[in-house]
Ligand binder design. Structure first.
Ligand code: IPM
Ligand code: MG
Length: 361
């Protein structure tokens, strides 16, 4: 089959890790007889450097015309990068938020899975790890606090800043439906996370999620307050199957969940709209401190490419092959520095990509 893939290398380690994911996809094409045509799209700092803005209409159009988008990471060091001298709406992160909105990518799926081989890299005690864990965070991605009206102003001589957290029932319903659909194919449990003891938006969230749950009698629903969830993730992570939550809570909890899997360098993600279209990116950031050193872990991006094969292109067998190759590399003891442990073989970014590609087909 022929597919058009929009490729967003982005900033920091982005170009290095996307190059490895592309290497793996090229191998998939060769083995399974597909043709992927890539078109590069500028986003974040890379776009600011060329166009002065973090996202252009042209970039949105290219992404829209593709079958799927594969992204690295965006952003730089806020203390030293000139990108952060710009007003907030022109900084790299604003480009990422804007492309998510422009493509209507309201559903962000972030699987957090502890590979047996990485138990040593997990910071939790052995008795907490137990048999390991396998959860997926379903994060609402185009609403809430990150998209509400915001302003900073002088209130009678007192500097004041306001951010607005708003959700309507339609936004809540569509993400809840995604979470329940996913739970149905897994362990059939949804933990909906909110702050309903304080926030109106959370009380509406709870009400709508309960309505949706009625359509899924085979799926167990439980509600959990976000502060408790942050604690439960390190206390008993195995209790979770699907965590459904709003934008900011999902942003925070997914970083926490990634760390208990050993490294944020392992966590893939898919951002989907109502159709099969999606943008795939690692859950981690652009790590400017290690950019260009050849040590970044490309596995989260490679696993994101596998999600792209599965969700947007319907190439399940090919996705299985990529995931199996990642498993094999870990079983054979190859590790990038972030997941390195005693007795293992340390490799750099490109070697890791080479190994994965060599295990496909
Ligand atoms: C993420 C990132 C982004 C977010 C930032 C860079 C805007 O932290 O994808 O989790 O908050 O969504
Ligand atoms: Mg984040």
């Amino acid at each position: 089959m022929n597919y058009n893939i929009a490729l967003i290398p982005g900033d920091g380690i982005g170009p290095e890790i996307v190059a490895e994911a592309k290497k793996v996809l090229d191998q998939v094409c060769q083995v399974y007889g597909h043709t992927f045509t890539y078109e590069e799209v500028l986003l974040g700092g890379a776009s600011i450097d060329v166009h002065g803005v973090p996202l252009t209409e042209e970039a949105i159009a290219t992404a829209k015309n593709s079958d799927a988008v594969l992204m690295g990471s965006i952003g730089g060091d806020a203390k030293t990068s000139p990108w952060y001298q710009l007003e907030p709406s022109k900084r790299p992160e604003a480009g990422l938020l804007a492309i998510r909105k422009a493509l209507n990518l309201f559903a962000n799926l972030r699987p957090a899975y502890l590979y047996n081989e990485l138990k040593g890299a997990c910071p939790l005690k052995e008795e907490v790890i137990g048999e390991g864990f396998d959860m997926i965070i379903v994060r609402e991605l185009t609403g809430g606090l990150y998209f509400g009206e915001r302003k900073t102003f002088d209130d009678n001589g007192v500097m004041t800043a306001v951010d607005t957290l708003s959700y309507n029932e339609k936004e809540i319903r569509r993400i809840a439906v995604k979470a329940f659909d996913i739970a149905r194919k897994r362990k059939k449990k949804v933990t909906s996370v909110d702050k309903a003891n304080v926030l109106d938006s959370s009380r509406l969230w709870r009400k709508v999620v309960e309505e949706v749950a009625k359509e899924y009698p085979d799926v167990t629903l439980e509600h959990m307050l976000v502060d408790n969830c942050a604690m439960q993730l390190v206390h008993n992570p195995a209790q979770f199957d699907v965590i459904l939550t709003e934008n900011m809570f999902g942003d925070i909890l997914s970083d926490e969940a990634s760390m208990v899997t050993g490294s944020i360098g392992m966590l893939s993600s898919a951002s989907l709209n109502e159709t099969k279209f999606g943008l795939y990116e690692p859950s981690h950031g652009s790590a400017p401190d290690i950019a260009g050193k050849g040590i970044a872990n490309p596995l989260a991006t490679i696993l994101s490419a596998a999600m792209m094969l599965r969700y947007s292109l319907d190439l399940d067998q090919e996705a299985d092959a990529v995931e199996a190759a990642v498993q094999k590399v870990l079983t054979e003891g190859y590790r990038t520095v972030d997941i390195m442990s005693e007795g293992m073989k340390q490799v750099g970014t490109t070697q890791m990509g080479d190994l994965i590609a060599s295990y496909i087909g």
